[in-house]
Design a protein around this ligand. Structure first.
Ligand code: HAM
Length: 418
């Protein structure tokens, strides 16, 4: 027997209510991100693999083991695991830094990571995110953190917690790195396998490693916020002051480093207790070196991305649904007998041309079953065509709420329903 075809592991076919929920989150993102002055960008779903290696980073889990990679004509491409690299590539490729260096973008769409599927984690998932390039102003860090808070509130998410840290800049991080290595090298055997492997390349990751043995060691390590340079401290203090003044609740987490290689200074994560171990519904931070890394001039930047599935999980835990766009059928056209189907089809076109949402039956159903379909589609009106109506050039409009009905000329039907 032939193997049946199945959907790839870690992916879903979104239909019906599940799709409406994802669309509702994306729709809220468009609205709230737009309100904060961010403009949409839609790039390709894949990029050259070396873009992600250079940005997301060789020591990130994503580049190390989670990329969907395809080689074509000697070029290696990967499905995008995140949106940030494409936005920065666009900024540099179009030389936006030359004429309009300050840019605020948002994006919404699928991302791909070859992860072990679990609650809230898929191999194809959705993110909505923002990136602001061209400013080092700490108020912009505060704006972006406030934006994700506003977005979650618009969706009805609560109970989340925003955690913030600074991880220094390229001037002060090397010294901190060396300090960590000096403490870690003599104890390297006590670390988990992952941390041993990446210790020399990225010792900071030990700080937020979830393995017990690493946690115990991390507890005794010096805190980065105590060792960053005065400029980074000043920036961090200004961000925290602006956030405190705006009334948002957050906590400082000196062990938060995030799993992507490009971050500098501010990093933050929003976690929700409904999600268990992988509890982040949003993550972000500054990446002041990335534009330069891709060949542009030194340009500070920052952003965040929200996990749509993770957010929906938090909402379902709260027994809430995001504000759903109302989709209703204005009219369902019913042919009393098969003879009237051509006339019904012509009327359907008339109604749609008038901008109404209308439908009819294509399954050869009897009139009673067509009426049932009209009710199931939550149509406001059924428009009936029998032999009498066709002869008189009319249709009978039945209001499905109050059951009243009237016969009107065909050319008047759309006007009555609108
Ligand atoms: P990230 O922390 O890798 O950051 O991802 C952001 C969010 O995407 C996570 O908090 C999580 O909710 C969701 N997510 C990640 N992987 C999966 C998965 N396999 N299945 C379902 N949801 C997932 C970034 O992607 C950065 N680009 C954020 C950023 C923008 N930083 C600066 N600008």
């Amino acid at each position: 027997m032939r193997e049946p075809f199945r959907i790839p592991r870690g992916t879903v076919d979104l239909t019906g209510e599940e799709l409406s929920l994802v669309s509702a989150v994306e729709c809220t993102a468009r609205c709230v991100f737009g309100q904060f002055g961010f403009a949409e960008i839609r790039g390709p779903l894949f990029e050259e693999t070396r873009l992600f290696a250079r940005t997301t980073g060789e020591t990130s889990d994503i580049v190390e083991k989670e990329m969907f990679t395809i080689a074509r004509e000697k070029v290696s491409y990967s499905l995008r695991p995140e949106g940030t690299p494409s936005v920065v590539r666009h900024y540099v490729e179009r030389s936006l830094f030359a004429n309009a260096p300050f840019q605020k973008f948002f994006y919404a769409g699928p991302m791909f990571r070859y992860e072990r599927p679990q609650a809230g984690r898929q191999r194809q998932f959705h993110q909505v995110g923002v990136e602001a390039l061209g400013s080092a102003d700490p108020l912009l860090d505060a704006e972006v953190i406030l934006l994700q808070d506003r977005f979650f509130r618009a969706l009805g998410v609560d109970g989340q917690e925003v955690k913030i840290n600074t991880i220094g800049c390229r001037d002060c991080r090397p010294a901190y790195r060396e300090r960590l290595l000096a403490e870690l090298r003599p104890r390297s055997e006590e670390l988990c396998r992952n941390c041993i492997r990446r210790m020399e390349r990225n010792p900071l990751r030990i700080l937020d490693c979830k393995e017990e043995e690493c946690g115990a060691i991390a507890d005794g390590l010096p805190l980065i916020e105590d060792l960053v340079c005065p400029a980074c401290t000043e920036h961090h203090d200004a961000v925290l002051t602006a956030l405190t003044a705006s009334g948002i609740t957050f906590s400082r987490d000196p062990r938060l480093v995030r799993g992507l290689d490009y971050y500098t200074r501010t990093v933050f994560e929003t976690i929700h207790p409904a999600l268990g171990a992988r509890s982040a519904i949003c993550g972000g931070g500054r990446y002041d070196g990335l534009v330069e890394e891709l060949g542009g001039p030194a340009t500070p930047a920052l952003g965040f991305a929200v996990g749509v599935e993770a957010t929906l999980l938090a909402l379902s835990h709260l027994e809430r649904t995001p504000p759903l766009p109302v989709r209703s059928t204005d009219a369902f056209v019913v042919a009393v007998k098969p003879d009237q189907r051509p006339a019904a089809f012509a009327l359907l076109k008339l109604l749609r041309d008038a901008g109404l949402s209308a439908d009819m039956d294509y399954e050869g159903r009897a009139m009673k079953a067509q009426m049932k379909k009209a009710h199931r589609a939550a149509a406001r009106f059924a428009v009936l065509l029998g032999p009498g109506e066709v002869e008189r050039g009319t249709a009978t409009i039945r209001n499905l709420e109050d059951r009243s009905q009237e016969e009107v000329l065909l050319e008047e039907v759309a006007g009555r329903i609108a």
